[in-house]
Design a protein around this ligand. Sequence first.
Ligand code: PMV
Length: 340
Amino acid sequence: MKNNSDDRKYNLVETILLTLKRGDNVFIPQKHEGSAFAPSNIALCKYWGKRDAELNLPMTNSLSVSLNHLGATTTITPDDKDFIFLNNTEIKSDTAFAKRLLEFINLFRKPNQFFHFNITSNLPIAAGFASSAAGFASLILAIDDLFQWQLTRESLSILARLGSGSAARSLWQGFVEWEAGIRRDGLDSFGVPLKEKWPNLYLGILKINENEKTISSRLAMQRTVDSSLLYQLWPKKCTHDLPLIKTAIEKRNFPLLGGTAESNAMTMHATMLSSWPPICYFLPETVAAMHKIWQLRKEGLEVYFTQDAGPNLKLLFESQNKQDILLNFPDLHCIELFPR
Ligand code: PMV
């Protein structure tokens, strides 16, 4: 399991697994297969930029809402060599996807231990739609199931974070805050679920383009931190927005929730636009949809949007406005975030 180039990650994993007091037995499968589902999540106050790239430690706290039944299911079965299946299609080991998955998995197994991975995603948009968060969260849950570690959600959140930062929030349904933490070893940086629910809250996925991202969020974050002067304001923006979003959730104040989330996303994209070379996830259709939303709001329809590292928009609205919103965006994929 040891690999010197990645010592800090391995040390973190080791620290967590040592609490189980199972020695090398931690990597002995306790069942025929491990299997788990994890929801995707969309941040209302975004994570953008790392204080530690190796351990995926963020500069700021972030807050998301999970997408209920939409996410990824992973099944892991011991095998003679590694096989990776994504939505029932075999993925070659030399692809970026497989390399990223295996780099993560290598943290949690002995040398010469191999698995058959079966990952299925039921997200309406295939490539690059908040899929890595659900993917890595379901992977660590499936590993925990296979080895029967029964780790706490907090520990699993720390481990999922090593695959993709936003995965730290995909261990729970509902609203989840990811605390940035201050420790160098990353042991205090994990998701914390909020107790509040919002029964009539909806998120609508507005598909603009399904192609792969022009630049990965990992590289885009790094470039923003390294080259955008505006990025200096980003922690200040999050410190301002996060309490507002929490108050909005407590008081069920929808305009405050939607407005703060939209403003937070726009500020994140402003830091990217001011990077060099510029990072622009907006397509002409993205901007057209933004103008349409702003016009609808002017006309009295309460709808807001957020946008991640891609051209698609996620609309926020409440159930009483669903019909009106569907009239304006007939192809919107609507998700009830807190079904009764
Ligand atoms: O977890 P990553 O490395 O895919 O980064 C996610 C970044 C955003 O989706 C843009 C923001 C967020 O908080 O999810």
